[in-house]
Design a protein around this ligand. Structure first.
Ligand code: ZN
Length: 429
């Protein structure tokens, strides 16, 4: 393709995105109003809703019920944290002329729970626009990005452009609790030459993620009547040295941080998320269960991170007479996110920078590694697909009350993704 044809196609597709903006924003509000919390029936509803949208948008659809028992039994399965009886895989395909590379756009439909409804200034799933921002749980993470990807595909269609390679739009479930959907689509055999995930990056480019391993600790004590507490052993008191040891471990594990992740106060945090102990106010508690996540450094093998964690727990137990005889049990369960990084030889970052510059009219952006795990590591690792994240909204607004995403950034994302499709897939003559 000569340069003039190339810039002509780019101009057409950008015009098409801009013409479709109102429809796109309306579709995001509609999707936000489906409260697709991980593991609820609405998660499936959202997936079926998106499937209908893709079909109506003229894409070839692969919509299949994921065989959960079979998928969970795979050795490489990354885990789940909520129960599901049903889940659907979905890939839409805009068929190219057959002689160009395939680009996949990948986004998840599941969202995390809303937390305390009183902490929200408005109903959590209202999908309304206020002061240039679209509000609601899942707006930022990542329904805006997913629908922007859909309308990037639609802009190419409405501009009458035929791509050389296939353009795939994958909508997935179960991203928040481990990556079920992306794992399943890779198992089904879907592949691409490049993949973009429009997760909230504030329009920066994120070609790498730290990992995150969910763990559970069981700390044993000895129950007795609280009036004779010195004859019992409190599991809460025995947790205290473990907690200290884990805090120290987190510090040690940040002695050297990859420059790509150096912007974060903690590039791969270790955090305790839940603690439950005891079953009666006047008993000495004989069991404490704590759950949390262990961050995995960029390029660190998952096994190495687990070994460091288990060794820190074991050392602490060794130093305490009670814990020596009643060691704390460590269990790895739920989401097991390895870290992931775009292949060093890939030029995807440079191509994304160019697309962003055109789409945003040269708004500055940055390149960094995210401190959280995502489907990127599955696409890069299991799928061998060069992948990066680029999308609207600040992740600091995700997973909390008053989640929102700036409308202008959604439009820039749709423009940039459409340009990437032209660039990667190529335009048929
Ligand atoms: Zn997300």
């Amino acid at each position: 393709m000569v340069d003039m044809e190339s810039s002509l196609a780019e101009g057409l597709v950008l015009e098409a995105v801009d013409a479709l903006t109102d429809t796109m924003i309306g579709e995001i509000s509609t999707l936000v109003r489906i409260p697709s919390v991980s593991g609820t029936a609405a998660e499936n509803d959202a997936q079926i809703h998106v499937a209908r949208m893709l079909r109506e948008g003229g894409l070839e659809i692969d919509l299949w019920p994921i065989d959960l028992a079979e998928t969970f039994a795979k050795p490489a399965f990354p885990g789940v944290e909520v129960h599901r009886d049903e889940a659907w895989g979905l890939v839409g395909r805009l068929v190219g002329s057959g002689d160009g590379p395939t680009l996949m756009l990948n986004g998840h439909v599941d969202v995390v729970p809303i937390g305390d409804p009183e902490a929200w200034s408005f109903p959590a799933f209202d999908g309304e626009i206020r002061n240039g921002n679209l509000h609601g749980r899942g707006s930022c993470d990542m329904k805006a990005g997913l629908i922007a990807a859909h309308w990037a595909v639609q802009a190419i269609r409405s501009a009458g452009i035929r791509l050389r390679g296939d353009l795939l739009l994958a909508a997935v479930q179960g991203e928040e609790d481990g990556g079920l959907g992306t794992f399943a689509l890779l198992e089904r055999g879907w592949r691409a030459d490049a993949c973009l995930i429009p997760e909230p990056t504030d329009l920066d480019i994120v070609p790498a993620n730290s990992g995150s391993l969910t763990f559970r600790l069981r700390v044993h004590g000895h129950a007795t009547h609280a009036s004779r507490r010195t004859e019992g052993v409190s599991a809460i008191e025995k947790f205290w040295p473990i907690w200290h040891a884990l805090t120290e471990l987190e510090t040690c594990r940040h002695a050297h941080v990859d420059p790509m992740a150096a912007r974060w106060k903690l590039a791969h945090p270790l955090s305790i998320g839940t603690v439950h102990a005891g079953d009666w106010a006047s008993s000495v508690p004989d069991l404490l269960i704590a759950e949390g996540r262990l961050g995995v450094a960029l390029d660190e093998p998952v096994e190495h991170a687990r070994e460091e964690f288990e060794a820190a727990v074991a050392r602490t137990c060794e130093a305490d007479p009670w814990l020596r005889d009643h060691p704390v049990e460590v269990e790895w369960w739920g989401g097991q996110f390895a870290s992931g990084r775009l292949h060093a030889e890939s030029d995807l970052v440079e191509r994304m920078q160019r697309a962003h510059a055109i789409a945003s009219e040269s708004r500055p952006n940055d390149v960094w590694a995210a401190p959280y795990g995502s489907d990127l590591r599955l696409l890069v690792g299991q799928g061998g697909i060069p992948t990066l994240q680029y999308g609207p909204g600040d992740v600091a607004r995700a997973h909390g009350p008053d989640e929102l995403v700036p409308v202008d950034d959604i439009v820039i994302t749709a423009r940039a993704l459409a340009l990437m499709a032209l660039d990667i897939c190529g335009v048929a003559g």
